[in-house]
Write a protein that binds this ligand. Sequence first.
Ligand code: MG
Length: 253
Amino acid sequence: MERYIRFEAPEGEGWGIFKDGKIVGLSGNPAVQSEETNRYYEPSGVRLLAPVQPSKIICIGLNYKEHVKESQSADKAPEEPLLFSKPPSAVLGPGGRIVRPPMAERVDYEGELGVVIGRQCKNVAEIESEDYIFGFTCVNDVTARDLQRKDGQWTRAKGFDTFCPVGPWVTGRLNYEDLLIETYLNGELKQSARTSMMIFRIPRLVSFISKVMTLYPGDLICTGTPSGINPMQAGDRVEIRIEGIGSLVNDVI
Ligand code: MG
């Protein structure tokens, strides 16, 4: 499986792909347009950055039945996908620190499968929507739970800087229908579900969103969190692990 990254090296920042134990430099964001260069890097010599630079981040609320039950946001599952967004300024790379803002009392993790768009799309049918997917990644839809309840809509609660950890890389297309998705807090398993448990499946989500707004290459869709949400405290380490993709680890301050 391809693994696309963005990284910081002594020479500067760049995009790359893992090949034969090395990183091959790419000319640009692979979800948008890029070619392999003749620059090579040792993985031990670079620091991974967030592997996406989306024009927008569209998230799905309440997309797992067990999470609907534990949530106070609704008493039943939505009849169509519930959309909200996070600003691109919230993106944080693997290993980056999630900052608990002073105005929030309860800051939760939400482990989610991320879908990266690879072709501009508008009004696509479900059956063709997979053609518009570039790849997949792990996302933590960090949420200030008290502010989400207080505000009634979610822009502030979901939008703080560092509230969208993404990575550690973007894979190529894979069979996403039934992947194990887990969240660990300080090494303890807190969320465990399969992507087959989503209420609205990925082709439906891509098609539905594209009937609302144009999706551009590089845009990120966060497909919703399973049950098991809990708060994070300063000093905690949170890990989102998805079968076939990898592990996204961040510390909380
Ligand atoms: Mg979420």
